[in-house]
Design a binder for this molecule. Structure first.
Ligand code: HEM
Length: 382
């Protein structure tokens, strides 16, 4: 989509799409403003984002990504402690162990698949651990989370709704006894701490906790998977020799990760609604209208990043990308996904002197048809 983004930035940076009835903003400063100025752009949505399970109206209370401050700040604070870089330090050895375990399993001869073998299982195992649900069940979680949040493009609407209803039932049935058990015997995990937390004068209900848990499972899986896989995509495509440089200088890996985030944002858009009429971008945006903030485009705005089309891990400002959002809703899981990506890539370059695609493969073959999303990603390691 990057050439289309460029065209929009140059010709139509603030664009009303009459068909979809939605405003679109493409420039860095405008995307920044839409994401962070909650006085003008609210996260309260009237439309249900497709696939988001409405378990009960009670669960509205814990939907932090669809609230504005100060309510959102309160609900976020129930879990924010678990995601600070400091709290995550305790999890480092576990993330390291999972990474090593996954890489140890690989057949040394054949190609590995970056998605199936590493980028998918790592985040889902880690978030299961943090939540306090058996990580051995990760395949079931991945499956539920895919059905609910990243449905395939080929399914009909009716099939999909039926599958989603089924997945919601199964997930709810799976989590319900887990929550009850933790209410009785709290452990050192996020679900346990939610069972004990007070919010607006009372404890969260089982359903609210289940909803919260599903939200966390969903928010961090696909995005972190995409980040890790995108790193390999960028290394193989954009900068010959970068893999060797990182192998020689593994301390550069964190800034390489920031550049991967800038270059190929795992979440390309975020949406808001206009809270009150405004002309901050020129034309009048009317109260209630929908706005799409194109993060993927903002990250390639040359006013913010010189030569944005160059993948350059040494940019001084690459961490000003908007891939984790901005302001009050800034991604809660950012430190976790950065840490997972760092550990995974560090262990990877330590083990394998070289990476390449199998003979006859082009990088474009790894992208899902019609999408910019990676769907399979075989890599030969040496
Ligand atoms: C919010 C991206 C990983 C949990 C966000 C937002 C973005 C984002 C753009 C802002 C939403 C908005 O402004 O409306 C990403 C990316 C990730 C990632 C690119 C990986 C590379 C994670 C992980 C978790 C997580 C691992 C948790 C386990 C959340 C939550 C919010 C959020 C709970 C809502 C925060 C709030 O509304 O206050 N994420 N995310 N994310 N993310 Fe992430």
């Amino acid at each position: 989509p990057y050439s289309w983004y460029q065209e929009m930035r140059e010709r139509n940076p603030v664009y009303y799409d009459p068909k979809q009835q939605v405003w679109n903003v493409f420039l860095y400063d405008d995307v920044n403003r839409v994401l962070s100025d909650y006085h003008l752009f609210t996260s309260q949505k009237s439309r249900v984002p497709s696939g988001f399970p409405r378990i009960s109206s009670a669960s509205e209370r814990v939907r932090m990504n669809e609230m504005d401050p100060p309510q959102q700040v309160k609900i976020r604070s129930l879990v924010s402690k678990a995601f600070t870089p400091r709290a995550l330090r305790d999890w480092e050895p576990r993330i390291q162990t999972v990474t090593e375990f996954l890489l140890d399993q690989l057949d040394e001869q054949g190609p590995m698949d970056i998605l199936e073998d590493l980028a998918i299982p790592l985040p889902v195992t880690v978030i299961s651990d943090l939540l306090g649900i058996p990580s051995a069940d990760w395949k079931r979680f991945k499956n539920w989370s895919d059905i609910l949040f990243t449905p395939g493009s080929r399914e009909t609407y009716a099939d999909l709704e039926e599958k989603k209803a089924q997945a919601r039932r199964e997930l709810g049935e799976y989590l319900y006894p887990v929550v009850q058990e933790k209410r009785e015997n709290p452990q050192n995990d996020i679900i346990s701490s939610l069972t004990q937390a007070e919010f607006e004068g009372d404890k969260l209900s089982d359903l609210e906790i289940i909803h919260f848990t599903i939200g966390l499972l969903a928010a961090g899986n696909e995005t972190t998977t995409t980040l890790i896989a995108n790193a390999f995509y960028c290394f193989l495509r954009d900068t010959p020799g970068i893999y060797q440089q990182l192998r020689a200088n593994p301390e550069w890996i964190p800034k390489a990760i920031e550049e991967v985030l800038r270059y190929r944002s795992p979440a390309q858009i975020m949406t808001r609604r206009v809270k009150k009429d405004t002309d901050v971008f020129g034309p009048v945006f009317k109260e209630g209208e929908h706005v799409i903030a194109w993060i993927g485009s903002a990250n390639w705005d040359k006013k913010q990043f010189s030569h944005p089309e160059q993948f350059d891990i040494h940019r001084s400002n690459n961490q000003t990308h908007l891939s984790f959002g901005k302001g009050a809703h800034f991604c809660l899981g950012a430190p976790l996904s950065r840490l997972e990506a760092k550990i995974a890539l560090t262990e990877f370059v330590r083990r394998y002197p070289e990476i390449s695609l199998p003979r006859g493969w082009e990088l474009e073959d790894c992208l899902e048809e019609g999408f910019n999303r990676l769907s399979r990603f075989p890599i030969i390691t040496a």
